[in-house]
Design a binder for this molecule. Structure first.
Ligand SMILES: [Zn+2]
Length: 94
C-alpha cells in the first residue's frame, strides 16, 4: 500500500463516508544497524520468539525500533512471548 497512494486515499475516503471510525496501521520499524525502514519480523530462535531485521538479520532489540498496536494503543516497548506470538499471527488485510 505504501507504493499505492491512490488506493490509500480511496480507502480513507471510504472510511470517512461509511465507517467514520477506522484506521490504517503502518509498519514503520527501523533497524539502527543497517537503516532498514519497514517491518521488523518475528522469528523463532531456540523455541523463543525474537525480532529480526529482514535485511541484515540484526536481532539486538537495543538496536532497533519496533511499534505495534496492542490493546488499542501504539506501543514501542517489547512484549512478552504470548503477545509477540499474537502479533506474529496477525493477518494483513490490505
Ligand atoms: Zn538491519
Amino acid at each position: 500500500m505504501q507504493d499505492n497512494i491512490e488506493a490509500v486515499l480511496a480507502l480513507m475516503r471510504y472510511i470517512y463516508d461509511h465507517i467514520m471510525y477506522a484506521e490504517l496501521n503502518t509498519k514503520s520499524d527501523y533497524c539502527q544497524v543497517c537503516g532498514f525502514d519497514g517491518e521488523i519480523q518475528v522469528v523463532e530462535e531456540d523455541g523463543k520468539l525474537v525480532w529480526e531485521c529482514p535485511h541484515c538479520h540484526n536481532r539486538d532489540q537495543a538496536k532497533m525500533n519496533v511499534a505495534r498496536r496492542t490493546c488499542g494503543y501504539i506501543g514501542t516497548q517489547y512484549w512478552n512471548q504470548g503477545r509477540t506470538e499474537e502479533i506474529k499471527d496477525r493477518v494483513l488485510h490490505l
